[in-house]
Design a protein around this ligand. Structure first.
Ligand code: NAD
Ligand code: UD1
Length: 339
């Protein structure tokens, strides 16, 4: 059996492909390389000693995708492909709704036609939006605050409707908290385009001297040091969460629809991250305290007990390891994947 991984050359997808190959799965990646590079495949091969099949295609291209489904016998789809920048989604909602909704629609059409029984979808803690109830459980209501978050919510609702009407299909929506870190080899990691929006890649680029100074967005939140608190999860732990979800759907045929948090259950502040990173890298991270970023909330961390109960999965890697691996990736690859 093969597993289709859309967006498999991207940040989370590439780490998941490594874990899948390492345990002997047959993997087919479809990616249009809109936010990644094809040399990721060579890096994956260097780590695993084998490479996944790779098809360069847009998941929304029904014809090309049908050829892929006809060629391979898939038993699961892991759907990472999508656009993910919150600010860009506010400026270009049409792009986000088209890319993030049409791709899932094409996949589900083809899953029905080719009898592929399960899809594991990349959702996000962003679907909870402005909630003040922590730790966040999966039954917390949707309170998305931007078009990106709404595309995740609509995908979840779409998959619920599909599963209700087609009992042969099951769907697991994995709601990721804040993925950081990189593979311990330093060969694959996060390579954002332009100036990073997210905290960890910003810090690593300050550390290599590409950016001058970190702006800490707000120090008047009701948290232990006034800065925002998040549930940072090592990308390798996150990748392993996908393998646990694959095992679950294989063992529980027609398991229906599930939404499951993938997080550590622990919150760290911006300054906790800055200080831990400085300690492990030996690099000073100059920062200035600035205004809050519009739309940010004070505190967000998961209740990860559902994933533990259903998938027997929990995180193993701590904040120090996340910082060490992020730094190894950034210092070995100052220009990311660009040759
Ligand atoms: P990424 O941008 O690194 O990876 C996404 C990949 O999908 C890229 O390689 C891109 O080229 C590809 N892609 C985009 N649209 C495509 C299309 N139409 N057809 C084929 N390929 C396409 O992002 P990531 O950080 O690895 O995120 C993966 C998924 O997880 C996304 O759906 C994202 O919304 C979700 N997610 C990410 C985070 C995060 O912090 N990174 C948090 C929560 C959820
Ligand atoms: C952001 C996205 C969210 C997405 C998540 C994971 C927004 C509003 N939300 O969440 O949809 O699921 O990334 O990719 O963009 N910070 C700074 N300085 C910086 C950058 C960040 O102080 O330069 C702070 C933020 O205020 C926040 C924390 O660091 O308190 C984490 O920020 P970030 O990495 O952007 O993640 P989220 O805001 O949690």
């Amino acid at each position: 059996m093969n597993i289709l991984v859309t967006g498999g050359t991207g940040y989370i997808g590439s780490h998941t492909v490594v874990e899948l190959l390492n345990r002997g799965e047959q993997v087919v990646i479809v990616d249009n390389l809109s936010n990644s590079y094809d040399n990721v495949i060579d890096r994956i091969e260097s780590i695993c000693g084998r490479h996944p099949d790779f098809v360069k295609a847009d998941v929304r291209d029904f014809k090309k995708m049908e050829a892929v489904f006809a060629q391979y016998d898939f038993d699961a789809v892991i759907h990472f492909a999508g656009s993910k920048a919150v600010g860009e989604s506010v400026a270009k909602p049409l792009l986000y709704y088209r890319n993030n909704l049409e791709s899932t629609w094409v996949l589900v059409e083809l899953m029905k036609k080719y009898n592929v029984p399960s899809i594991i979808f990349s959702s996000s803690a962003t679907v909870y939006g402005e909630t003040d109830l922590v730790p966040i459980k999966e039954d917390t209501e949707y309170r998305c605050t931007n078009p990106y978050g709404r595309t995740k919510m609509i995908n979840e609702l779409f998959l619920q409707d599909i599963v209700a009407a087609h009992p042969g299909i099951s769907a697991i929506c994995l709601r990721y908290f804040n993925p950081i870190g990189a593979h311990a080899s330093g060969l694959i990691g996060e390579d954002p385009q332009g100036i990073p929006n997210n905290l960890m890649p910003y810090i690593t680029q300050v550390a290599i001297g590409k950016l001058k100074m970190l702006s800490v967005f707000g120090n008047d939140y009701p948290t232990h040091d006034g800065t925002g608190v998040r549930d940072y999860i090592h990308v390798v732990d996150l990748a392993k969460g996908h393998l646990a979800a694959v095992d679950y759907v294989r063992q529980n045929q027609a398991s229906g629809f599930l939404a499951v948090n993938l997080g550590t259950g622990r919150g760290y502040s911006v300054l906790d991250l800055v200080h831990t990173f400085s300690r492990v890298s030996g690099k000073d991270i100059p920062y200035q305290l600035t205004e809050r970023r519009p739309g940010d909330i004070a505190t967000c961390y998961a209740d990860p007990s559902k994933a533990k109960e259903l998938f027997c999965w929990e995180t193993k890697l701590d904040l120090q390891k996340m910082c060490e691996d992020s730094w190894r990736w950034q210092s070995k690859n100052p220009t990311g994947y660009k040759r």
